[in-house]
Design a protein around this ligand. Structure first.
Ligand SMILES: *[C@@H]1O[C@H](CO)[C@@H](O)[C@H](O)[C@H]1NC(C)=O
Length: 132
């Protein structure tokens, strides 16, 4: 390869790398998700929550009365991201999947990429979706 060709090749590689990065970033932005865990107990109980995915451990959070704990993340490239959460309070505990990618689930009334879970005196709910 002569020097002029070499420079052209380097420029092409740079442009290709920029395009690839750009499309990865765009993909990530489109797949930005939020999960909220809201303490909805009516008697001021503290809710403890420990959320985890295969790659992230959010640690144990103390959600104060009437407060919330939320986090933002991007689904992985193949949309396999799943978060599960242990929640416990005075005399009860729950373990549930709080986020997963499911086209049907995303397109119905459950809030799409914005999931709100709320602890209530009778269990933990995702909008009208009841988990006992
Ligand atoms: C996330 O939770 C914090 C409290 O921990 C709250 O102040 C904030 O408004 C929440 N963010 C959203 C987007 O709801």
């Amino acid at each position: 390869m002569n020097p002029a060709q070499n420079v052209v090749t380097k420029k092409m590689i740079l442009v290709m790398a920029l395009c690839l990065t750009q499309s990865l970033i765009t993909h990530s932005i489109l797949n930005k998700c939020h999960v909220h865990v809201i303490n909805g107990f009516s008697h001021g109980e503290i809710l403890e929550a420990h959320g985890r995915s295969k790659d992230d451990d959010l640690g144990v959070r103390h959600v104060p009365a009437y407060g919330e704990f939320n986090w933002t993340f991007r689904t992985d490239f193949f949309s396999r991201t799943k978060f599960s959460c242990h929640m416990w309070w005075i005399d009860s505990k729950k373990y549930l999947d709080v986020f997963w990618v499911d086209d049907k689930f995303l397109s119905n009334e459950c809030g799409g990429n914005n999931r709100r879970w709320r602890s209530q005196d009778d269990g933990v709910c995702l909008f009208s979706y009841h988990h006992n």
